[in-house]
Each structure stands twice: as C-alpha cells, then as structure tokens.
Design a protein around this ligand. Structure first.
Ligand code: HEC
Length: 250
C-alpha cells in the first residue's frame, strides 16, 4: 500500500466508526471502512474489465442477440472479482467480512447487473458497430447510482477527463499527479486526509492494448466515440477508481 501526504495508519484507528448513510449505517471500524472501500473499488474495476473483455462481441454488427445478458455478465463479474480479491460473492455471508460489507457488495453487484440489463436493447442491436457501451460508460452509470443509494462516493477519475463529471477533486488530482511520476503498479492508495472524516481510496487504472484505439496515437485524431485521442501508450496511467467513505469519530 502506498501513502500520500500525511499517512494514516488505518488499522490502528479502532476508535473510528463508519456511519451516516442508509446502507452503511452500522459501525464499521476504520480498518473495515478501508477494506470495504477497497472491495467496492475492485468490484467496479472487475465490472469494467468484464465489459472490456466482451467489447468485440458487443460491437459485432453482424450479430443480433449477443448472449451477453445480466446473468452472463454477473457470472463473469463474480469470477473476475474472485480472481482479484479471493472473495467469493456467491457465498451467502462473505467469509471474515462484516454483514454490512457483504450488503454493500451485493448492492454494487445488483446495480452493475441492472446497468447491463438496461443496455440490452443497445447491445443486441444488429447493423450497428459502435454502441457507446464501453467500460467508462458502464462505470459512470454504475457509480452514480451506487453513490446515490449508499452515500459512499464512487467514481472514475483522470487528470484530463472526457466526461467533466469525472474531473478530479484536489485530493484525487494530487494522487494522480504523483502516480504519473511512478512506474505502473497495481496498488491501492488509501488514507484519511487531515481534518476530514472521510476515508479516501484510489485504485489506479492503466491502459491496455484494447484501450488504445480510442485513447492512443495519434493524439488529437477523433476516435470512434467522437473524442480526440489522448496519444497514450500501453501501460500509461489512464486514471483511477476513487472511493470516498464517510467514517465517524466517536
Ligand atoms: C470506443 C472508445 C473507447 C475505448 C475502447 C476505451 N475508452 Fe475510455 N473513454 C471513452 C469515452 C467516450 C469516455 C468518456 C465516457 C463518459 O462520457 O463518461 C472514456 C472515459 C474513460 C475514463 C474516465 C475518465 C474520463 O476521461 O472521463 C477512463 C479512466 C478510461 N476511459 C479508461 C479507459 C481504459 C482503461 C480503456 C481500456 C480498458 C478504455 N478507456 C477504452 C472511450 C473509450
């Protein structure tokens, strides 16, 4: 784990408890809030990866029904999340996790499925190649709904956002600037900035080969989604998934 600015030793702060939103209203100690935030960020990340992995299928203009419905999406989501975190979402009570965390992950899983379900008419359209259902659009829809339901702010962010809603706040911008100067690494950055009762957690996203048809070279050329390409290369920092979870001090 890396740290930014004033380091927070979350595990030591057992006096801090989570509160103030309907779903996460029980008392989670701060180290639990850190764990919950990480799992929430990882589940959104896993959903984005599943969309990316099925992008060629989704964009196939020669096929109507793609067989990529909410159930199939969920099956792949559960597999990807298990691979990354070791947590099996099919277990009724997730091993070692408090009930509230299980509930939050269930909510995010449900929201992710809903977004895939609602996109079915678009996904199953024949004769159209680019359908504007890509990891970032999926991520924006899911995180907006999840945030509204839970009071836990979940978003995708980057220094030069295509979607202004993804603009970084001061904290996110500082972490992203720092990540730019470091080699790619799959880490989670978390801390509780001084004077705030909010746990902040960022999971960096790096560009893979699939991303470059839109975000790659030549910079400025308009991509299939209608935006100018960023001129990025494989392995460059694309942005981050950001989670802000309220934690109350007692
Ligand atoms: C088909 C073109 C396309 C592909 C492929 C694509 N993106 Fe994007 N990306 C977009 C568009 C369009 C947006 C703006 C989405 C929105 O309006 O919310 C975006 C937004 C983003 C954002 C959110 C920040 C922002 O700019 O608003 C991130 C992070 C991102 N993309 C990373 C990736 C990564 C990583 C991949 C590969 C896994 C990828 N993208 C593949 C077109 C693409």
């Amino acid at each position: 784990m890396m740290h930014y600015g004033r380091i927070l030793v979350v595990v030591a702060m057992l006096t801090l408890f989570l509160s103030s939103n309907p779903l996460a209203g029980v008392n989670l100690p701060a180290f639990r809030a850190e764990e919950a935030s990480r799992l929430i960020g990882m589940l959104l990340s896993a959903g984005r990866v599943v969309i990316d992995r099925n992008q060629a299928l989704i964009n196939d203009p020669n096929k109507g029904d793609k067989g990529f419905g909410p159930e199939e999406f969920e099956r792949q989501l559960i597999g990807e999340f298990r691979t990354r975190t070791g947590v099996d979402l099919t277990k009724p009570a997730l091993a070692h996790l408090p009930g509230k965390v299980t509930e939050l992950l269930g909510e995010l899983r449900q929201t992710s499925k809903e977004v895939v379900k609602e996109a079915q008419p678009v996904i199953n359209q024949a004769g159209v190649e680019y359908k504007n259902f890509i990891p970032a659009i999926f991520g924006t829809r899911v995180s907006e709904r999840f945030s509204a339901k839970t009071g836990i702010r979940l978003k995708q962010t980057t220094l030069q956002p295509r979607n202004p809603k993804n603009a970084p706040d001061a904290y996110e911008a500082a972490v992203l600037h720092r990540l730019l100067t470091q080699p790619s690494q799959f880490v989670t950055i978390s801390e509780m900035p001084k004077g705030e009762n909010t746990l902040r957690l960022l999971i960096p996203i790096y560009y893979g080969p699939d991303c470059l048809q839109c975000h790659g070279e030549p910079a400025g050329q308009v991509d299939i989604s209608g935006f100018p390409k960023e001129g990025a290369h494989e392995g460059d920092l694309a942005g981050a998934i950001s989670v802000s979870m309220p934690v109350e001090q007692r």
